[in-house]
Write a protein that binds this ligand. Structure first.
Ligand code: COA
Length: 377
């Protein structure tokens, strides 16, 4: 149901351990940057959608919509959206619905998370709120544990080796080196990934996205244009727990959201030139490439082998997580989906390529959002 909705401004904070900034500071910095980057003024914003998962636990702060509204001089109406690590995509989808209905003309979408002010135990437990508290939490699982099980099964089914899996994080770290907003701007070798500390077998420290602070904001508009159009915005869901799924090496919510998004955009997958995908753990990046349709099941690693061998994206048709992905950039969970869309837009404008796709999911892909952007400049 999309008509002409454009991404007209974008800004973000650096992602990382930002102990000198409050959650309000992060929201303000990203908001100011997005407005400065757009053709509109703060007073043009007629609605704000805030994406956040954990602030009650990690910051003792609820009611982020009221904070967001107070950042602008005219206190526009604001709402908060939560869908775990996929909150960003769901906030964008909510903003799109408000624009499509005509209830708003310029919507500011802010994703924010401040995770490093509490202990690792507290944040790991809070993140488990994205899983099934009746079935997965009592089993002692954390998210690295859930994706460790998924990786075990994938390696068993498809023969993926530990050495090959290590290429994924090496590529993401290498890409992050060029991103001034990334948490980790250092190259790592595949060997360093394989020999990093064990977290949840077979996953190691360097297979995992980190605990991060950060905010990202963008402005979607039916009133102004600025070179990038939102060609599709789709969301989908699966069972909350992996226990209830016939297979755990493929995520149906990704398949459903991607299929609907391509239909909505009226394009084929092969027209996508730029991809930001949800690599919360290295194994997820491989599964995502397969579920999105870029390769057959079990073949995702071949795309990473190709990228790793060539260094950079020159000569490669598809740019995958050129920002550094969640692994290299950091993963302040509810900011990630907004940041992905910003990065896709940047890469389209930088390269002159036409279509890019942002893929963001919550939990073990129990919820998923896919956005397709079109470069119309
Ligand atoms: N990648 C690279 N380096 C990392 C890292 C990561 N994921 N996590 C931590 N580090 C670095 C730290 O910067 C630190 O370096 P330093 O000693 O030079 O300062 C070192 O490794 C140890 O960090 P520490 O904070 O003690 O790690 P930890 O053991 O407490 O946590 C994980 C590591 C992997 C368990 C944690 O990052 C994690 O749980 N990640 C997954 C988050 C998650 O589930 N997100 C939701 C996804 S669905």
């Amino acid at each position: 149901m999309i008509s002409n909705i454009h991404l007209i401004g974008a800004g973000q904070t650096r992602f990382g351990e930002l102990w000198d900034k409050s959650i309000r500071d992060l929201m303000e910095e990203a908001t100011d940057a997005a407005i400065a980057n757009s053709p509109c003024t703060a007073l043009d914003i007629d609605l704000i959608v805030v994406s956040n998962m954990l602030a009650e636990v990690t910051n003792g702060q609820a009611h982020l919509s009221a904070i967001a509204s107070s950042l602008l001089p005219h206190h526009p109406p604001a709402i908060r959206v939560e869908s775990a690590c996929g909150s960003g995509a769901f906030a964008l989808h909510t903003a799109m619905a408000m624009l499509e209905s005509g209830r708003a003309r310029n919507v500011l979408v802010i994703g924010v998370e401040k995770m490093t002010d509490v202990s690792m135990e507290t944040v790991a437990s809070a993140l488990m709120g994205a899983a099934d508290s009746e079935q997965e939490r009592p089993a002692g699982l954390t998210f690295p544990g859930i994706f460790g099980l998924i990786a075990q099964r994938y390696m068993h089914d498809f023969g993926l080796s530990r050495e090959d899996l290590s290429l994924v994080s090496a590529v993401h770290h290498r890409n992050a080196c060029a991103n001034p907003f990334a948490q980790f701007r250092s190259e790592i070798t595949p060997d360093a990934v394989s020999s990093s500390a064990a977290v949840a077998d077979p996953l190691r420290l360097l297979d995992c996205s980190p605990i991060s602070d950060g905010a990202a904001a963008c402005i979607l508009s039916t009133e102004h244009v600025n070179g990038v159009r939102v060609a599709a915005s789709q969301i989908a869901s699966d069972s909350l727990s992996i226990i209830h799924r016939p297979v755990i090496t493929s995520f149906s919510a990704t398949k459903d959201a991607a299929e609907r998004a391509l239909t909505e955009a009226g394009i084929k997958l092969k027209e996508i030139d730029v991809l930001e995908t949800h690599d919360c753990f290295s194994i997820a990046a491989l599964i995502n490439l397969e579920d999105l349709g870029f390769c057959d099941p079990g073949q995702g690693i071949n795309i990473y082998k190709d990228i790793f061998a060539r260094r950079g994206d020159s000569g490669i048709a598809l740019g995958v997580n050129l920002s550094g992905g969640l692994k290299g950039c950091g993963h302040p969970v509810a900011a990630t989906g907004i940041k992905q869309v910003i990065d896709v837009a940047k890469q389209l404008q930088k390269t002159g390529r036409r279509y890019g796709l942002a893929h963001n999911f919550g939990g073990a892909a129990a919820t998923c959002g896919v956005h397709i952007l079109e470069n119309v400049s």
